[in-house]
Design a protein around this ligand. Structure first.
Ligand SMILES: N[C@@H](CCC(=O)N[C@@H](CS)C(=O)NCC(=O)O)C(=O)O
Length: 205
């Protein structure tokens, strides 16, 4: 059984969305990161060395797997449960592009968002994420054909990148871009995303 360590209105909602897309049974365990004793749950502590949500624990006949970080979790779940069809097979030529987009959120989008929030001046060549404007251009190019990052096929990469587009819009830093706003709408209209957001607010009380 998959256990999602989750807290409302955090990055954990993207894994809730992913799990809804996957159709695998799972349970949710609240870790209130806003409270001082948030990290007292030993299963959560074992899964998340940084004490951050999302994290998961997956107990199967072969043992228990515990891990944290949205991208690592999404990669794990889609490979472990391939019937979900949310990842190209390991020997499929599309796998390279998929892996690139699967790490684009933590490696590029989120540092670039922080650059925008703080007004930090960065050198495009030496910062690992380039810079915010380049990140947006690359994302627009990646979605020009669409409707999804992998073309006609929706994948877990759309959950990670789509939720980042949602967060940029929510924080008011998404530039005026038809490509990105239409993509964000397509993502948030998916039944699994609607269900996850409803569950997120219902569980959050
Ligand atoms: N790179 C991680 C970031 C996770 C993260 O920063 N989560 C925040 C909530 S959105 C958190 O748990 N913050 C609590 C803390 O660090 O004390 C991911 O994408 O999963």
């Amino acid at each position: 059984m998959i256990t999602l360590f989750w807290c409302p209105q955090t990055r954990a909602s993207r894994i809730l969305w992913l799990l809804e897309e996957m159709n695998e049974p799972f349970e949710v365990r609240l870790i209130d990161i806003r409270k001082p004793d948030a990290r007292s749950d030993p299963d959560f502590a074992a899964a998340s060395p940084m004490g951050k949500v999302p994290a998961i624990m997956d107990t199967t006949e072969t043992g228990t797997v515990s891990l944290a970080d949205s991208s690592a979790i999404a990669l794990y779940l889609c490979d472990r449960y391939p019937a979900s069809g949310l990842a190209p097979a390991i020997d499929h030529p599309a796998r390279g592009k998929y892996l690139y987009w699967m790490t684009f959120t933590p490696g590029v989008i989120e540092p670039a968002m922080m650059e925008r929030f703080t007004g930090m001046e960065v050198s495009r060549a030496s910062s690992g994420w380039g810079n915010f404007d380049t990140m947006i251009e690359v994302l627009e190019d990646g979605l020009r054909e669409g409707p999804w990052l992998m073309g006609e096929k929706f994948s877990a990469a759309d959950v990670l990148v789509g939720s980042s587009v949602y967060f940029m819009k929510m924080f008011g830093i998404l530039p005026d871009s038809n490509i990105l706003s239409e993509y964000g709408d397509r993502c948030s209209e998916r039944p699994a995303c609607v269900k996850a957001l409803a569950r997120d607010s219902e569980l959050g009380g």
